[in-house]
Design a protein around this ligand. Sequence first.
Ligand code: FAD
Ligand code: DLZ
Ligand code: SF4
Length: 523
Amino acid sequence: MSADRSGPVLVLILGDQLSPALSSLADRHPDDTVVLMAEVMDEATYVRHHKAKIALVLSAMRHFAAELREAGWNVDYVELDDPANTGALTGELARAVARHGARGVQVTEPGEWRLRQAMEQWRTDLPVRLRVLPDTRFICPLPDFYAWAAGRKELRMEWFYRDMRRKTGLLMEGDKPVGGRWNFDAENRAGPEPGATFPVPPHFAQDSTSSAVIALVQQRFSNHFGTLDNFCWPVTRAAAQALCMHFINKRLPHFGRWQDAMVTGQDFVFHSLLAPAINLGLLDPLDICRAAEAEYHAGRAPIEAVEGFIRQIIGWREYIRGMYWLDMPGMATANHLDAHRPLPDFWWTGETKMRCLSEAVRTTRDNAYAHHIQRLMVLGNFALLAGLKPAEVADWFLAVYADAYEWGELPNVAGMALHADGGRLASKPYAASGAYIDRMSDYCGSCAYKVKLKTGPQACPFNALYWHFLARNEGKLGRNPRLAQPYANWRRMSEEKRTETLASADAFLATLEPAEPGWARQA
Ligand code: FAD
Ligand code: DLZ
Ligand code: SF4
């Protein structure tokens, strides 16, 4: 740290760094440290986040500041309505360095590229030394991920996941996977079952801190997407722990089997709902995996559920984050399939006759949540087949979900859903016709479109769009061995049928009303 100042070290803690074991605090002592936390307009509006996401982050920040103070830390907390607030982290940091005569600043690395770039600028602009420390809350350090990726032709999640099982020892018997297989996904594909019941997630009563934040968000962000009426996210470590125990006891045993199922009005099915709390730092991902593993060993949850869940966390979550930092900044502009259609208006309004999509937008608006298969196989699949612009789709996903930070959102959108990365993440696009959605949901029965019809105004739009997608991308995808069968089927179709299919898709695409610009990101 610079020698010409004698003040404390300033530790900047960002809104998604709410963990007492944070690396930026680890080597500090309360006697010689000021913790800075700042609510700033820039972070709430660089994309115009869902109201519930802003409320979640601000309330959790305020609760974490109280937790730190209780533990003896000196916390300088700048509220959004502070008249001196500059509205930006850069401005708040500069003000605080001057206010405290700080002799140095340290921060844990952020989850988004744009802030990592800003930090490099801080190194130049601040009058004191800046230390940026690794985010040790992830299980796989970035250098380890880069080493894993180096020299590999294909960066498939499955191989990374097996290494993570070996590294963590989760579900391992010596060097062999428990149950004799690494992956039980084949057992995890059940569709909805009539009459099935689903556990109701715990409702966390709002304390005065949350009520004040919700009122603030209603007032300052009234024109942002989404409602606060059902605000249900845990904002403290204790509440997050309660949600975790609810998942372990009530949801985990069924998590695997119905992981891909979509049910009208059942917004959460058997999903964990833990991503918002994990991503904020209220829960430790490895602790949750160990708790899930214990349920398997105690005979309370089957292997396919526990393995499926652990794979999502130590496999997908860590792999997605590694791929983000490996491929940025190029990932943000990648558009391998040259998709340029603007985001349709109904992604904001939910006003579409397509039942699957209106349900996905509704739960997104009501809860700042949609589960993985709604995101990937309804919204993502539609965006892929309709050729929506990846950057607009990415802005939408980043804005609307309570768990969305770019490290998690962008690889899922650009890589997994849209194949915009040319297949770095997935060996083939997750493209599917209406038959998949019909198999995995109960939506089609109450849809204005007919899933069995292939063409024409009554036909499920996914059906003709699927072939339209393959036909227009044949130059880029036609030689992909994993698409050999669908391309063979396409080529086998009569010329007349192909023309009718493409015309049907074009007629549907012509009905899409583009969204007004500025909903997700101000121009
Ligand atoms: P569960 O279904 O209960 O899964 C358990 C946990 O596994 C999640 O909490 C999450 O931590 C992890 N996980 C599972 N799949 C993934 C994945 N593909 N990538 C990263 N973590 C995963 N997740 C985010 O955390 N932030 C995002 O911004 C985000 N954007 C997404 C965008 C798209 C287009 C898609 C297809 C997926 C996205 N995901 C994102 C991944 C996943 O959909 C969410 O983590 C999950 O829906 C959160 O709900 P849950 O906690 O109930 O998850
Ligand atoms: C998401 C968010 C919001 C809405 N507000 C703030 C804030 O006021 N102050 C802050 O420090 N962080 C906020 N965040 C979280 C940041 O956007 C997040 O830390 C970065 O995107 C990096 O992941
Ligand atoms: Fe969606 Fe097509 Fe089923 Fe309607 S018929 S719910 S559009 S998959």
